[in-house]
Design a protein around this ligand. Structure first.
Ligand code: SF4
Length: 329
């Protein structure tokens, strides 16, 4: 690991000024950053500890039924907050399915969104063809071991997936990331926060150098919402695939609005927009549900070894729809 200087930020202004330097990285929970440094994914010469920034760990309710979290709120604190369990149960479930209790006690909600792909070629200690880690070397996964890779939104330069569980729930909840930066802060929908792979794979998100996530906001409550994660072992594992669903039913128990995001199928949480539209107006137990869900997979492009993710994703959505429709409003 490369040597680095450590400093603790006293305030946001100081943190933003220091982080204009491209060799500076923010330190929050540290559970991902230290992995990156060990594997050569990141090599900052200066680490700026932001863990003591005042007020950045608040968990608040909003008048419209929504929620607001400071970026430094610990994952377990968010997942176990009564307001989160009540207003956005899918987010609580998604967080509790992520990592281990020990890591969740340290890791922050803002930091979790910035996880990098778990692609084995990208995380390998030896140098393997990987455009994302070693630009211009090719993508070993494109025609190699790609059973864990993308079925949506990939390009020949990269077929990786985004591994965050909370990001999938936040995408389905229409949450926004709010940032601070020298040019003024901004509000970024989680659905637009991650960059799909193109010629330039350097950035995973639309964040600029030195831009700091301050807050995450969820508009409105989603009491009928659930998160289901399929993984190779229950104790501690990244998702093979996951789904987050928020359902609004009308007085006749027809679907007024469905919001559906899939995880571990693309380099961003993948909203099934066509399926959401096709589901509107249907009863959750209608025989037309399966065909409506199917529309969401029309644009799926499986790789050589991951066509199973289409079947898995379809069945996850059907199961989550049934579970969400049985939840109390
Ligand atoms: Fe690298 Fe992306 Fe290809 Fe994985 S999928 S080897 S991260 S370029």
């Amino acid at each position: 690991m490369q040597a680095f200087a450590y400093a603790r930020a006293a305030g946001v202004t100081e943190a933003l000024a220091a982080a204009r330097n491209a060799d500076t990285a923010f330190l929050a929970g540290g559970t991902e950053l230290l992995n990156w440094m060990r594997l050569g994914i990141a090599a900052p010469t200066r680490i700026l500890d932001i863990t003591r920034l005042a007020g950045f760990d608040a968990i608040e309710t909003l008048p419209d039924g929504g929620l607001r979290f400071g970026a430094l709120a610990r994952l377990n604190d968010v997942a176990l907050a009564p307001a989160v369990v009540e207003r956005a149960p899918m987010l609580s479930q998604a967080i509790l399915s992520a990592a281990s209790p020990q890591i969740r006690n340290l890791a922050t909600i803002g930091g979790n969104l910035l996880q990098k792909t778990r692609c084995g070629y990208f995380r390998a200690e030896e140098k393997l063809p990987c455009n994302k880690k070693w630009p211009g070397t090719g993508c070993a996964a494109r025609d190699g071991l790609n059973d864990r890779h993308a079925i949506f939104g990939w390009s020949d330069t990269c077929v990786a997936t985004q591994p965050s569980d909370p990001a999938v729930a936040l995408a389905a909840l229409d949450a926004s990331v709010i940032t601070a930066r020298g040019a003024g802060g901004r509000r970024i929908p989680v659905t637009e926060f991650y960059r799909l792979p193109d010629a330039d794979l350097a950035g995973d998100t639309v964040l600029e150098q030195g831009e700091l996530i301050t807050t995450i906001e969820i508009p409105g409550a989603a009491p009928r919402s659930t998160y289901i994660k399929v993984r190779e072992r229950e104790s501690y594992e990244f998702a093979t695939a996951s789904v987050a669903i928020a359902l609004d039913l009308d007085a006749g128990r027809r679907i007024a609005r469905a919001r559906i995001a899939l995880g571990s199928v693309a380099l961003r949480p993948w909203r099934l927009v066509a399926a959401e539209e096709a589901l509107a107006g249907l009863q959750p137990d209608s025989s037309a549900i399966a065909a409506a869900v199917e529309t969401g997979f029309a644009e799926a492009r499986p790789l050589a070894h991951n066509a199973y993710k289409i079947t898995l994703g379809r069945n996850l959505v059907l199961r989550a729809l049934r579970l969400a429709s049985e939840m109390a409003p």
